[in-house]
Design a protein around this ligand. Structure first.
Ligand SMILES: Nc1ncnc2c1ncn2[C@@H]1O[C@H](COP(=O)(O)OP(=O)(O)OP(=O)(O)O)[C@@H](O)[C@H]1O
Length: 915
């Protein structure tokens, strides 16, 4: 007997044992896909000491290769998909279904037909229209893969789904080989907001609030768990940047737009009184019908940021005409809003908030994800759903079954979008968006949200969008300042004692401990329990019920330590997590950001402690940058590691700064024709500090480097908005930061940000001598086209009049935009450009590997030798400062002197170059 056969045989025995006296016929060979799947499912459940088998899981299609020895999880098909296991970098934590488990759950191609397997949940296609014969029977995936027949297909009495036992033996058969467990207690649909069916709802006026339902209200809005006060003060200073065409103005309050009575009522009940920064911007962007790619710090209210404006539009506009007049006859559920999330828990959380906001409305939300009961799910869908929250795998399952129709989708939301478009999920997202007749970009609105948005993902994401706006809230490359981050350098064997020590210092609130593997999660949970801690764990090997129970216990304070794998890293909003401990470092810097983002939410402080081993060196450079950017202490060992590994780590660094993490609109290059706008009413973090730079610069780095390592304007730089290229947006152009526009310098509204102690006077007007920092707005570094500068000197300021902090950066002009000059408009904040060669050279000259390659462009025009030597010989008056040697491959001999010369230019130069 081969290993598969042995497995089947042994499973049969287990099955019989579990089934008690009930004996089931061995199905014919060609049914074994379904049958086998069912058994495997049961064994899996059995191993979790749960008798919750319900007719077995899905079967494996007979033609799909099986990998002996790999347990088939009902919803964890990643394990059976070696390609995905290989390619998914999030999955190398040995936590098979951290993210993807459910995503493949139900993909019929892999799972084989559900039909059949001895009373399983099959929905045999050919009998699906014969309810008297046992419900729907095995299903037929109309779109793609006709399943081989299973018992449910030809014998509805045996295999068809009974749903309530409408045929003798009904529910018994549902159970298949085991005891049936009622899962209502955790099934997410425990709160249903509507009783009308969809066609009834389509006839209603959606802007009218329905009657109050005190019981429902209590269920939805009762403060189940400790509520955390929101600290809006911590957001007043957050920098916000938008880029794209025709940027709408943000709202200041929800009252600025008519949300309608339903939403106004519901947000109040949900405790949402004023918008967070991301909500201010996204609300107006979505209400203006635009696509949006939003990158905002963890815990800043992104969920409501997409839900509120979408719902506002829905309530205002009502159902689409085709649905109202019945011209679009959907025989299946046709959601108007589709929200996709990577994990079950996150989907469930989004659904919960959707329920809150849909209370007393005609809009019915629902959530589908792997690990939950699909029959129930289908039952619920049949009532009609306007907002569908889903994990990709379960949705594809339902699409293949023909249960969901995406043709009416008007809003597509990807939460944790970078994760959703990462390798593990990208294929699924493409399938969902392109294979099921969803409206194309432009005809639907597409919204993507995350706290991290790497450039390659942006490139992918743009395919799903049209003329989108990129929104950044918070400093990119940083985490929330209010999370105090600590790194402990530690040997692997010392981690557990250290964890016990850290926990012993904690007296209150909840602590979340991240561990790499499922196995270690269990192990550490055991150790902590033995030490008297009140601890629970969550990981992908746990059943959905156990996962939800663990989260609930942690949420409501029954347990105050949660040990988790990456599965809990993204999106989970649990109040009062005071401390995140990275027992094992995450594999990527993005994951680090999301993990520690479980604390420090809604503007409240948090702590993160990470145990750093020597083997974690790969994340060192990125982490050092991140800590620096977040105003955290960079431990000496990390800085050392960074430089020691500079050659090895450069690849990481490159991908970090240039391609990963992201958060800066990748489009902002020479070809970008949109606008860029910075927040005007919100001061940048540390605005007070900024002013002090002028007299006694405490942080020269920031002043000298208008762009930080992420290519993002460094902290002090926060210009009022203006358009690019070349045109000021007058509304926002009074004073500070807009050098070169003398007409607008006369007044400075009180809410106007004055960067770097600025009185708002322009460089051009002031003609500040170099080194005099007083009254100088910090400008973005324009790029000089040196040739043009020489030809049109009237448009340029001599170097020595620009003043430190306003220095032009040598390089190619961006669309020939000139350097600030009183008579010409100032250019927008450009990134710096240089070739990679120049970058490498710069870094080697300055003995630092950390100059951002993000700003480099390989095909930039050559920088003339003459320009260089002019600058070298006379840097104070030259038009060009050889700060970045753009495209230079053959350097003049004098170049070697740059560091020493630079030092003499300004006292802060050396600091300037150490970034
Ligand atoms: N304007 C608001 N006023 C009060 N509470 C809010 C507001 N907006 C959101 N919240 C609450 O803040 C918490 C965090 O919101 P949410 O989970 O959407 O953050 P997030 O930015 O998506 O975080 P993450 O990046 O970790 O996914 C939630 O409990 C939410 O109900």
């Amino acid at each position: 007997m081969n290993s598969v056969g042995r497995l089947i045989s042994c499973n049969r025995q287990a099955t019989r044992a579990l089934a008690g006296n009930r004996m089931y016929p061995t199905p014919p060979q060609h049914y074994h896909g379904g049958y086998n799947g069912g058994i495997n499912h049961m064994v899996n459940q059995f191993s979790e000491m749960s008798m919750s088998t319900r007719g077995g899981g899905r079967g494996r299609g007979p033609n799909v290769p099986r990998y002996p020895g790999v347990r088939m999880y009902r919803d964890d098909y990643r394990r059976d998909r070696p390609d995905d296991r290989r390619s998914n970098r999030y999955n190398n934590d040995d936590d098979g279904d951290n993210y993807g488990g459910n995503s493949y759950g139900g993909n019929d191609f892999y799972s084989g037909p559900r039909g059949g397997y001895g009373g399983g949940r099959g929905r045999g296609g050919m009998y699906q229209n014969m309810p008297p014969h046992g419900g729907r029977g095995g299903y037929y995936p109309r779109n793609k893969f006709p399943p081989p027949m299973g018992p449910g297909d030809f014998n509805p009495y045996q295999g068809g789904m009974r749903r309530g036992g409408d045929f003798p033996g009904g529910n018994d058969w549902r159970g298949g080989f085991g005891e049936q467990v009622e899962r209502d207690d955790f099934y997410p649909d425990r709160v249903s907001t509507h009783i009308l069916n969809s066609s009834e709802r389509y006839q209603k006026d959606w802007s009218v609030m329905g009657p109050r339902d005190p019981a429902m209200e209590n269920k939805l809005f009762k403060k189940q768990f400790v509520q955390v006060e929101i600290n809006f003060d911590n957001w007043k200073n957050i920098p916000v940047e938008t880029s794209g065409t025709n940027l709408p103005d943000p709202i200041n309050s929800f009252k600025d737009i008519g949300l309608g009575e339903i939403l106004e009522n519901n947000i109040k009940l949900a405790g949402i009184l004023q918008p967070t920064p991301v909500q201010m911007y996204s609300t107006s962007i979505v209400k203006n019908g635009r696509d949006l790619m939003a990158c905002a710090q963890t815990g800043s209210g992104k969920t409501a940021a997409f839900l509120i404006p979408i719902l506002s539009n829905l309530f205002e506009n009502g159902p689409p005409q085709e649905l109202k007049d019945g011209s679009f006859m959907a025989h299946k559920v046709s959601p108007l809003v589709l929200i996709l999330a990577p994990t079950r828990e996150l989907a469930s959380q989004i659904f919960e908030m959707t329920q809150h906001l849909c209370y007393r409305s005609c809009v019915r939300p629902y959530v589908v994800y792997g690990g939950s009961n699909i029959d129930k799910c289908i039952d619920q869908l049949s009532l009609g759903v306007e907002i569908l929250v889903a994990t990709p795998g379960r949705l594809i399952d339902l699409l293949n079954r023909g249960e969901v129709n995406l043709q009416m989708v008007k809003y597509l939301v990807l939460d944790e979008a970078d994760r959703m478009l990462d390798m593990g999920f990208e294929k699924d997202i493409r399938t969902i968006v392109t294979d099921y007749k969803m409206a194309s970009p432009g005809k639907r609105q597409t919204l993507m949200f995350s706290a991290t948005f790497p450039k390659p993902i942006q490139l992918l994401a743009k395919e799903f969008m049209e003329d989108y706006i990129f929104l950044t809230v918070g400093r990119i490359g940083s985490t929330n300042d209010i999370i105090t981050q600590k790194l402990n350098y530690i040997r692997r064997n010392d981690k557990i004692p250290e964890l016990l020590r850290v926990l012993s210092e904690e007296t209150k609130d909840r602590i979340l401990v991240f561990v790499r593997t499922k196995h270690d999660t269990e192990k550490i949970q055991g150790v902590l329990k033995d030490e008297g801690h009140s601890v629970i764990s969550i990981h992908g090997n746990k059943s959905q019920r156990m996962r939800e129970n663990a989260l609930n216990q942690f949420r409501n304070g029954d347990k105050n330590v949660l040990v988790a794998t990456e599965v809990a890293a993204r999106g989970l909003d649990i109040p009062n997590i005071s401390h995140v401990v990275n027992f094992d470092m995450p594999d990527t810097i993005e994951n680090y950001v999301h993990r520690i983002g479980r604390t420090g939410r809604m503007g409240n402080p948090g702590r993160a402690t990470s145990f750093f081993c020597e083997s974690d060196w790969h994340i060192a450079p990125e982490l050092a940058e991140l800590l620096k950017e977040s105003n955290q202490e960079v431990p000496p060992f990390l800085a050392k590691m960074k430089y020691n590994n500079s050659t090895v780590s450069s690849g990481h660094k490159k991908s970090f700064t240039q391609d990963r993490f992201g958060g800066r609109d990748y489009r902002r290059g020479p070809q970008f024709s949109g606008n860029i706008r910075y927040s005007t009413t919100m001061k940048p973090p540390g605005a007070g500090q900024v002013r002090s730079y002028n007299t006694n610069p405490p942080n020269f780095y920031n002043q000298m480097h208008p762009f930080n390592h992420m290519g993002y304007p460094a902290q002090p730089y926060m210009s009022p908005s203006y358009n690019t290229p070349g045109n000021y947006n007058n509304r926002d152009n009074n004073g500070g930061g807009n050098a070169g526009n003398p007409n607008n310098n006369s007044q400075q509204p009180s809410d106007r940000l004055t960067p770097a102690g600025g009185t708002g006077q322009s460089v051009g007007q002031q003609n500040q001598p170099a080194g005099n920092h007083g009254n100088q707005p910090l400008l973005p570094p324009p790029l000089i086209n040196t040739q043009q500068a020489q030809q049109q000197p009237q448009n340029y300021l001599p170097f020595n009049q620009m003043g430190t902090g306003n220095e032009a950066i040598a390089g190619d002009a961006l669309n020939s935009s000139p350097v600030p000059n009183p008579s010409t408009p100032a250019p927008a904040p450009f990134p710096l450009y240089a070739s990679s060669n120049a970058a490498a050279l710069y870094n080697s000259q300055f003995n630092t590997p950390s100059f951002s390659p993000r700003n480099f462009q390989t095909n930039a025009p050559q920088f003339s030798q003459q320009d260089l030597s002019d600058s070298l010989t006379n840097p104070q008056t030259g038009l060009v400062r050889p700060f970045i040697m753009q495209g230079v491959t053959n350097l003049p001999a004098g170049l070697a002197n740059i560091p020493s010369m630079a030092t003499s230019w300004t006292a802060g130069w050396t600091q300037d170059t150490t970034q």
